[in-house]
Design a protein around this ligand. Structure first.
Ligand SMILES: C[S@@+](CC[C@H](N)C(=O)[O-])C[C@H]1O[C@@H](n2cnc3c(N)ncnc32)[C@H](O)[C@@H]1O
Length: 257
């Protein structure tokens, strides 16, 4: 595996991620109940993570690349579910946490981690059945990263991209004025229709599922309401046109052969 040194203009992003990694809670071993939850995915209609795991189980990929894996939570859970997973991130501090996570869960032999910048990563002579990109593209320059995602997917292989979106100008306006403290990195933004169009230049998008209408209030409402908010979201998002107001999308796409 090789990667060039991170370019200078992401130094602020690196500093932000290092601060967050340092403040992360101690790593907890995954419980059997948690892993059973992500194996069964009973709540896949309302819960974004279960929806994503269900897509992965339907694909049954032999190899998965987690592009911008953060602290490695998903990689380790996938390894516990039997998948061979590789994860990388631009933040050395997060990769250290990810390695620690793999050790705590006893899956060091099933998951590899390394540090790289997604805009110039190169994993020599390796392509994957599935590349998972969760909450990363809204931090980076789209085209160089999309180029590298495509380079690492087998022809005909699949890509799952999960990103925050802001299609509605009114919601963007409201979001900028809500008195909720925003903890966002210097490069962070929400994707728009124009960004999704760019993604469509690199991959054939098979489906687009939306999440989070009222669920975005989970930071200000009591925690016990979260399951209810997710169910309400799922009901409302089934109504045509409501996805315009969603906060997150999951794209299921294919690298053309
Ligand atoms: C919101 S976190 C998501 C992490 C992980 N994918 C998850 O879902 O838990 C965004 C991640 O993108 C990583 N990131 C930002 N810019 C990157 C880049 N140029 N190359 C690779 N990773 C990057 C950050 O270090 C951070 O770990």
């Amino acid at each position: 595996m090789s990667s060039q040194q991170p370019t200078k203009d992401i130094s602020a992003e690196l500093e932000y991620q290092a601060r967050h990694a340092a403040a992360a809670s101690p790593i907890q071993k995954n419980s059997p109940e948690k892993i059973a939850r992500y194996r069964e995915c009973r709540n896949h209609r309302a819960d974004r993570k279960e929806y994503t795991f269900r897509l992965i189980h339907q694909l049954k990929p032999d190899t998965v690349l987690d592009f911008g894996c953060g602290d490695g939570e998903i990689c380790v859970q996938l390894a516990l579910l039997g998948y061979q997973t590789t994860g990388f991130d631009v933040s050395p501090e997060y990769i250290q946490l990810a390695k620690e996570r793999a050790r705590v869960d006893g899956v060091e032999d099933k998951v590899k981690f390394f540090v790289a910048d997604g805009s110039n990563v190169s994993i020599e002579e390796q392509t994957f059945d599935l590349v998972l990109v969760q909450l990363v593209l809204h931090h980076v320059d789209l085209r160089p990263c999309l180029e590298n995602i495509r380079k690492h997917v087998k022809p005909g292989g699949r890509v799952i991209i999960i990103e925050p979106v802001a299609y509605s100008a009114t919601l963007r306006w409201l979001r900028d004025r809500t008195p909720v403290e925003k903890d966002i990195s210097p490069n962070e933004r929400q994707l728009t229709h124009a960004d999704l169009k760019i993604i469509g230049e690199y991959f054939t998008i098979h489906s687009r599922k939306h999440f989070r209408l009222f669920g975005r209030l989970d930071r200000v409402l009591p925690r016990f309401l979260n399951p209810l908010l997710l169910k309400l979201d799922a009901l409302l998002l089934a109504i045509p046109g409501m996805s315009h107001f969603a906060a997150v999308t999951v794209l299921f796409a294919e690298r053309p052969a």
